[in-house]
Design a protein around this ligand. Structure first.
Ligand code: SF4
Length: 358
């Protein structure tokens, strides 16, 4: 189907009026929406990547209280930064935030630049985030196209293009760039589409067309295809990694070790673990390979943790050992958890840690 881009842009410009009005009257009250500084917009946008709004709220407030500006972020110690991010996942986001803060001090007098291309050069800032900061913090007419926007676009346009393809995203970007140039408040428009996608034109389950402010513009609704849209090609299935997790204990203390500096959960703390589901003699040998002599081994409940591309299927064991040791291990009481960032994958074992520690 050939579509005249100017006609489409005019249609979107028309629907921007009820859309932004609806947004101004109905938007959710969120901590980063109350007259945010560019720094606050940046932090919230990074935290919200791949993460639910509800999960982000408390992290955002705590992070801002401790690191209220770019120079505080640039100077924070890595261990403390990881602790502030503990449980939020995708930890490279936090490291990139700090790196970008240092770049801002070095190259931009400690301020976020009001320019899309310059924002893109900062660590951890891709096209979506640069667009969000440029439009929300600086009022620039730049789109911010995320999954919510792509879904709303596909339904409003009754467009069957695969939204996983870069060319689809590029087409949406071009259209919205044209629309935004004619608007007074590009940031509000971008946030309004995202909000519509988050609370009305929702991803899981049927869209709530009966309360949609742009229903009269919606080609998908008119054609009755909104439930089949957007079209998105299937992702590769996740790799399953079986794993044996050891809760090593001795006199109310337990052991953590630090993960290697690259790859999944790089540099964070973990309960010692081994690939595969070990039991019997192989499990005893595995404990000995850490330089420890097991006195008693008791199974814990199995647990599963899902990352974007990998699933860990964990079998845990509580292992009482003869004496503390193991060159790579750090032994501590439960107070040690206040300093070491332990990723969510290991939080299944926290109740057991709390049980053994005085
Ligand atoms: Fe989505 Fe329905 Fe609104 Fe169309 S009318 S944009 S399908 S909520």
């Amino acid at each position: 189907m050939s579509v005249n881009p100017d006609t489409e842009a005019a249609r979107w410009a028309a629907l921007s009026v009820p859309l932004t009005k609806w947004y101004s009257q109905n938007r959710r009250v969120l901590p980063w929406r109350d007259s945010p500084t560019p720094y606050e917009t940046w932090i919230s946008e990074i935290m919200l990547q791949q993460t639910r709004v509800e999960a982000v709220k408390a992290y955002y407030t705590r992070f801002l209280a401790e690191l209220p500006d770019i120079s505080a972020l640039a100077g924070v110690d890595e261990e403390r930064l990881m602790k502030l991010w503990e449980g939020l996942g995708y930890y490279s986001r936090a490291r990139n935030l700090r790196k970008a803060a240092q770049q801002l001090l070095e190259r931009h007098n400690g301020a976020l630049p009001a320019d899309y291309s310059t924002l893109l050069k900062l660590s951890g800032i891709g096209p979506y985030t640069a667009g969000a900061i440029a439009s929300i913090a600086f009022g620039l007419p730049v789109p911010a196209v995320d999954g919510n926007v792509l879904r709303v676009f596909a339904r409003l346009q009754n467009d069957e293009a695969d939204i996983a393809l870069p060319e689809t995203k590029e087409r949406v970007n071009r259209l919205l760039s044209q629309v935004l140039c004619g608007l007074n408040s590009p940031g509000d428009f971008n946030q309004a589409i995202m909000e519509l996608g988050a609370v009305v034109c929702v991803p899981n389950g049927p869209p709530r067309c009966e309360c949609c402010p742009v229903a009269s513009f919606c080609a998908g609704r008119k054609a009755g295809t909104m439930l089949q849209l957007p079209v998105k090609s299937a992702k590769k299935p996740r790799r399953v990694e079986p794993m044996t997790v050891l809760l090593l204990i001795r006199d109310g203390r337990f052991a953590l070790r630090q993960r290697k500096k690259s790859g999944l959960l790089a540099g964070l703390w973990e309960l010692p673990n081994l690939p595969g589901h070990l039991e019997g003699a192989s499990l005893t040998e595995a404990v000995r390979s850490l330089g420890l002599e097991p006195l008693r081994i008791e199974p814990l409940c199995p647990a599963k943790h899902v990352f974007t591309h990998v699933e860990w299927h964990m079998r845990g064991y509580r292992v009482t050992i003869e004496e503390e040791g193991g060159a790579s291990l750090r032994w501590m009481g439960k107070a040690g958890l206040a300093e070491c960032a332990l990723p969510s994958a290991f939080h299944y074992y926290l109740p057991h840690i709390r049980e053994i520690s005085p």
